[in-house]
Design a protein around this ligand. Sequence first.
Ligand SMILES: NC(=O)c1ccc[n+]([C@@H]2O[C@H](COP(=O)([O-])OP(=O)(O)OC[C@H]3O[C@@H](n4cnc5c(N)ncnc54)[C@H](OP(=O)(O)O)[C@@H]3O)[C@@H](O)[C@H]2O)c1
Length: 207
Amino acid sequence: MDMKPFMNIVIAMDEKNAIGYENNTPWGSLPTDHNWYLTHSTTLKDPLKRVAVITGRVTFEPIIKLGEEYLSKWHFIVISKQTQEELHRKFEDLDRNNVDIVNSFEQATHRAKFLLDTPSAMIESVFLFGGVNPYEQALELKLVKRVYLTRIFAEVPNCDARVSKFDLSDFQRVKRPPGEVLAELDDQIIEENGWKYQFQVYDRQDS
Ligand SMILES: NC(=O)c1ccc[n+]([C@@H]2O[C@H](COP(=O)([O-])OP(=O)(O)OC[C@H]3O[C@@H](n4cnc5c(N)ncnc54)[C@H](OP(=O)(O)O)[C@@H]3O)[C@@H](O)[C@H]2O)c1
């Protein structure tokens, strides 16, 4: 896929790259991390625009239960092998104008790039929310320009979703200048609900 890096990843992983267990995160609720991912993926320079969010179908399902204050900022590109009709029936409360259903990661990527490059689509940026296969493909295809990584300092006992290929060798860890959204949390170590974790930001070196 011949495209310049254009998307941001937001991801929380343990020390062995575990991300999920029984359709949740293995560490349950971490309020500061929750705020970190929602704030980054909803902060817009132009409040009339939206963020395009690429997500696998499983990751999408709990996200749509978030309130309108978040949903109104996002345009979803949901990856699923199911048909558009099946999924629109399942998520019938959602505004079809703000949810695209696609059948592959490649289609998701093309749709996101098209929206980003089309001024009338009013898309300001693109975030990838997961899960495993979309994360792995985005990195392998070198489509990622920034990674917002929450590193959990633990090896969780239970995990059924783990990213096996997560190579950040093309990236440099950065500490953002003050003034960028939540920059004061870069490198911060947080202790919450019995878990210790750190916010890390990585930028692609050649982007
Ligand atoms: N820690 C974190 O930062 C983080 C982030 C995201 C998710 N999670 C966790 O990870 C788990 C979910 O991740 P997951 O990897 O299991 O699921 P996922 O990628 O969110 O969803 C899997 C489903 O998405 C569709 N899909 C994904 N990639 C596809 C592809 N390349 N082509 C076609 N369809 C594709 C398929 O949908 P159909 O079955 O409809 O065909 C597949 O069954 C949950 O436990 C969630 O809480 C954690």
